[in-house]
Ligand binder design. Sequence first.
Ligand code: BTX
Length: 324
Amino acid sequence: INVTHELATRLLAAGTEPVSGQQLAEEFGVSRTAIWKHMKELEAMGYEIESVRKKGYRINNSPDSLEAFLVQAGLKTKKIGQRIEYLEQCASTQIVAHQLAQEGAPDGTAVISELQTEGRGRLMRKWDSAKGQGIWMSIILRPELPPHKSPQFTLVAAVAIVRAIQSVTGLDASIKWPNDILFGTKKATGILTELQSDADGIQALIIGIGVNVNQEREDFDAEVQDIATSLRLESGQPVNRRKLVQEILHCLEIYTDMYIEEGFAPLKELWEGHSATIGKAVRARMSRETLEGIAEGITEDGVLQLRTADGKVHGIYSADIELK
Ligand code: BTX
């Protein structure tokens, strides 16, 4: 174990209440001088540590980092995020997660990176992933389900993320089928679900989640400045990324468990409650054709039902949806 990290976790848990050097020395089985040295190390890492006379140490401010031990301090899950692979930088957390999944990483493993140099969306589109300003994360799940159930996890993840954003920031986002989380028409979050499967079924689902958290408009690449937004831009204040990651992991666990135990029906209802698509006139661009019509709902399998002017209802499995 890393005593410096453990000390940070201990002091963060104590909140504004100082903990005496003597007590910490006893708890960790080291000298008071050693405790003092660890405090200096934490300061070098960007923590603001106050030493309150006669009372002890307290953390007034901690670095805005998503390091595993920080995310795990106060994490309410049993499974998701119990193992976290934290990286300062990588090409894409999806690539890292695929690799870890192949090496047998357990159900619920999360990969989190401060920066992605080749963040990607669907169809290998680029995902702008500015350093330290968003949540760039991939979750490995190993549900015992047939592969055709995997697209539903995108919808389940969308419900989880909208609810987590609601609980941490109070903001109400809406979901555009299948994988965008929006404020108005601007995108704050993208979800990319990928699959490793064989004849026995799903080996691993890799759920990639990109949340724009603290970007200002000029922090986005020029190509997306007009279509992207962040939680900070929406709420007018910076958002604590660590709390949001913890809440996303927590909600993901609640709603994926619900899906696995009760099926898609309760999730369908929650999803429709947050949907920006249902009941609207939309244009659906697919690889071979483009259809226009009214988005009537989603099926029990998460397939979008589009009614065209001739009255026909089309099942849409994969498309880019434009609200008209
Ligand atoms: P998508 O294909 O639905 O959306 C990609 C499109 O979104 C881009 O073509 C661009 O127009 C726009 N876009 C790019 N970056 C941003 C941004 N930061 N905010 C808003 N709009 C943007 C969506 O794909 C799925 C994205 C998943 C991203 C996560 S991050 C962690 C994981 N690792 C990884 O490489 N991808 C996933």
